[in-house]
Write a protein that binds this ligand. Structure first.
Ligand code: PRP
Length: 225
């Protein structure tokens, strides 16, 4: 049995065509049921639905053989024990610093001020500001980061920006991009050895889908391990 860990929403939706390329059709709709294990058209392949931030954990510890997770989640979790063969180029967004429009972020940084930064992505934020040489007090939040500058909890936030609608709706502006983010395929290294052929088939089908959608930039699977 091959177990693939996915999170509901964009990652699930955007992974479906890649699974289809591997001849795998998910036969149940996660939006219409509370089931956490979904069967597929291939009796030897199943999908488990986990929280986005838990995908690397499931794959690392063998609760799933492979999974699809955002690069942001992977950076926060670390990639020990994981084989990362592919950037799937789906669920694209960016990680940015945002602040209230009336907060002069550039001057604060230039003057060496100590910034209060609220974020769910403490590891990414710590590395980013350390590289810039900016002193920060990091405040860990689990959601609704946009509220932090509005309530005086923080001077700025580090968060994901996709359309920019959430920032605009809360009168915040993006003051500095940190990195582009997209979803990665993660594979349990032991599973890759034990179930090499079926996992390779899935990796190759995913790689072919990525290549087809990015004609100018061929996706090359990393060398076999
Ligand atoms: C993310 C992020 C922003 C929003 C940005 O939250 O934290 O709030 O998306 O998207 P936009 O630029 O298109 O408005 P998400 O919906 O993933 O939920 P979360 O609160 O669990 O992070």
């Amino acid at each position: 049995m091959i177990t693939l860990a996915l999170s509901k929403g964009r990652i699930f939706e955007e992974t479906l065509p890649m699974l289809a390329a591997a001849g795998i059709e998910v036969t149940e709709d996660p939006e219409k049921s509370r089931k956490l294990i979904l069967a597929t058209s291939q009796p030897g392949v199943r999908v488990v639905l986990v929280r986005a931030s838990d995908v690397p954990t499931y794959v690392q510890w063998g609760g799933a053989d492979l999974g699809v997770t955002g690069f942001d989640t992977l950076l926060e979790h670390g990639s020990a024990g994981l084989y990362l063969p592919l950037d799937l180029k789906i669920a694209a967004c960016r990680m940015s610093v945002a602040a209230r429009a009336d907060f002069d972020y550039a001057s604060a940084v230039r003057q060496g001020a100590r910034l209060k930064v609220a974020t769910k992505f403490v590891g990414i934020a710590r590395d980013f500001f350390a590289t810039k040489g900016v002193h920060v007090d990091l405040i860990k939040l689990y959601g609704s980061m946009e509220l932090a500058p509005l309530t005086g909890l923080a001077d700025a936030i580090v968060d994901i920006v996709s359309t920019g609608n959430t920032l605009r709706a809360n009168h915040l502006v993006e003051v500095e991009p940190i990195m582009d983010i997209s979803a990665r395929l993660v594979v349990n290294q032991a599973a890759l050895k034990l179930k090499r052929e079926p996992i390779r088939r899935i990796i190759d089908a995913f790689a072919a889908t990525v290549s087809a959608s990015q004609p100018s930039e061929a996706a090359t699977p990393a060398a076999s391990q």
